[in-house]
Design a protein around this ligand. Structure first.
Ligand code: PMP
Length: 354
């Protein structure tokens, strides 16, 4: 740290993103990317957009708004696009947390939450999950804090039904509930309809997973028009051209290519079943996932050892060396071919251990 660095940030521990090795080709199952390329339409529109990169992008994101209102039951003033949903999450902290209003989330959830709380100097409470890694809705009632719920949760993959989240929203009428739906398209039910019913809920979605655009950095936040106005105030005060025009074009293609999106989500759900069966057959305990990853532990090998051994053999998964989850690994649901490599490699590792 330099002596110039603001004392505001001297205790900030930045987020550690999953490994993105550039030197070697791994079977990459560590950051929940899609095994499928962006849709052909997204690729074609992005290529076209490169020709006009001398111009600023549209700060209103008009074409994206045109598309999104055709797909979801939302109005233009209920949506704001963001540079990856991480940006939306930080904007929500900036807009709805301060000295008087702290924040809360589950103790085992997305690792970016504590970082943005610390960045914004917010009093942050973590609420323990139950022993089975599910949320107890009663713990979130009348909290008096801005609440962040990843649904499905990460890294567990476990989803709550919107009715359960609705109870939380109802019991916190004076606070915002942010529902982070990064993985919702793989089988969970969305809270999007709740934005019409409640003025204190925001739903955040990403194009990084189900729409194969992790490198494009695109997401959106949906909510009551007044909330979207708040968030636009933050956005226009931070980075008005937050979505670049190539990503914007790719996003339009990804939204328009509905069949491609649906078929990929279906394949991932099928591959997830295949992965779970394969892991169960190898003696793993796998949490019930509605996401494009599973969270699994073995009695025969520690989480860290399995992560290390897999990496040595060219397979990357995600391991968190923390508390209750350190025996687990989070494994992205890749293509069948990738999953076969993973399962065979695990088999080999377990055999060598015996
Ligand atoms: N929320 C959750 C729960 C995530 O796991 C991720 C991916 N790391 C994100 C949000 C952010 O995704 P992105 O910024 O790529 O949209």
């Amino acid at each position: 740290m330099s002596t110039f660095f603001s004392s505001k940030y001297d205790k900030l521990t930045p987020y550690t993103p999953g490994e993105q090795p550039q030197n070697m080709k791994y079977v990459k199952l560590n950051t929940n990317e899609s095994p499928f390329n962006p849709s052909p339409k997204a690729q074609a529109l992005a290529k076209e957009a490169i020709k006009n990169l001398q111009l600023y992008s549209d700060p209103v994101c008009g074409k994206l708004l045109d598309c999104v209102v055709k797909i979801y039951d939302v109005n233009r003033d209920e949506i704001m696009f963001v540079n990856g949903s991480d940006e939306a999450l930080n904007f929500c902290v900036m807009a709805y947390c301060d000295d008087k209003t702290g924040a809360a989330s589950a103790d085992i959830s997305y690792g970016f939450y504590p970082v943005i709380m610390s960045l914004n100097n917010v009093d942050y409470q973590t609420i323990p999950l139950k022993d089975d890694f599910t949320i107890d809705v009663n713990d979130y009632k009348n909290l008096g804090r801005t609440i962040f719920i990843a649904n499905p949760n990460a890294p567990t993959g476990i989803a709550l039904e919107p009715e359960a989240i609705e109870e939380i929203i109802k019991s916190n009428p004076n606070n915002i509930v942010v529902v982070d739906e990064a993985y919702v398209d793989f089988g969970a039910n969305s809270c999007l309809p709740l934005i019409k019913k409640y003025d204190n809920v925001l739903v955040v979605q990403t194009f990084s997973k189900s729409r194969s655009l992790a490198g494009g950095r695109l997401g959106f936040v949906a909510g009551n028009p007044k909330l979207i106005q708040d968030l636009n105030t933050i956005r226009y005060s931070t980075n008005p051209y937050n979505i670049n025009s190539v990503t914007m074009a790719a996003g339009v293609g990804a939204l328009e290519d509905v069949d491609y999106f649906k078929s990929n989500c279906k394949t991932i759900a099928e591959n997830r079943d295949y992965l779970v069966s394969g892991l169960n057959a190898l003696g793993f305990n796998v949490l019930p996932s509605k996401a494009n990853f599973v969270f699994a532990e073995s009695n025969d090998i520690s989480g860290l050892k399995l992560y290390q051994e897999l990496k040595e053999r060219g397979v990357l998964v995600r391991h968190f060396e923390t508390g209750k989850i350190k025996n687990f690994n989070r494994i992205t649901v890749g293509s069948k071919q990738q999953l076969d490599v993973l399962l065979n490699t695990i088999k080999e590792i377990l055999k060598e251990k015996k």
